[in-house]
Design a protein. Structure first.
Length: 226
């Protein structure tokens, strides 16, 4: 996957989220799934469609939301008049959300802008109040529906820009790729992906091929290290 393909994915996701009033994250971790999370997600999907809100709601399964004994947990993030308070973004955490509760949340919170207080976990709940989430800091915000994350893929765009800067500075105007210039390119990659670089070094040397390509696409020089 190259930088253009990654950017296309970014734009597609941004486009799919534009105009949404609500983001509904249904916990899909083991604890919530074992207590009926999958049925809750299906109920949300059906109720949102029935209410004609599909173009206003982003619905997805997410990672652990924390309070496992109160599952299935559902986090609803609403903006503007979506939570009954124009100009404010509100985030509600709902507990023990079975299919009937999912329908009620759609009808009251999403359709009318009235959070269902009887199902909400208080914002000052002792379990969450003293926590600073690190590993799970973005749980409920990021849709984990990813088929595959290839090593270095998440940094591909930045690495491409770095390698381009290195090439302009150390190779521009020269037709020979020396060992030193190869090392400069490797250093640029290692800055973003030290784990993969070190793991390949453990097997010997970091495999690397650098090609110098002319404006017409012709290969002017090439150097490999294996």
């Amino acid at each position: 996957m190259n930088a253009d393909e990654l950017q296309a994915i970014v734009e597609k996701v941004r486009s799919s989220r534009s105009g949404k009033k609500h983001r509904v994250a249904v916990c899909a971790a083991a604890g919530c799934l074992s207590s009926g999370g999958e049925a809750a997600l299906a109920a949300f999907k059906a109720a949102i469609a029935e209410a004609g809100l599909a173009d206003q709601v982003e619905l997805f399964g997410t990672g652990c939301l924390g309070l496992c004994h109160a599952g299935p947990l559902v986090q609803v993030e609403s903006g503007g008049d979506g939570c009954g308070e124009p100009g404010r973004i509100c985030r509600c955490m709902y507990q023990k959300v079975d299919p009937a509760a999912a329908v009620e949340i759609v009808r009251e919170h999403m359709a009318k802008g009235k959070p269902v207080d009887a199902l909400r976990i208080p914002e000052d709940d002792p379990f969450f109040k003293e926590q600073t989430k690190i590993v799970l800091g973005n749980s409920g915000r990021i849709d984990p529906g990813v088929n595959l994350i290839i090593a270095t893929g998440q940094n591909n765009l930045a690495m491409n820009k770095t390698v381009a800067q290195i090439a302009r500075h150390f190779i521009d105007g020269k037709k020979e790729i020396t060992e030193g210039r190869l090392n400069r390119v490797e250093a640029g990659i290692r800055a973003y992906d030290p784990c993969l670089s070190c793991s390949t070094h453990a097997m010997g040397r970091m495999p690397l091929t650098v090609r110098l390509v002319g404006p017409g696409g012709e290969v002017l020089a090439e150097r490999s290290r294996w």
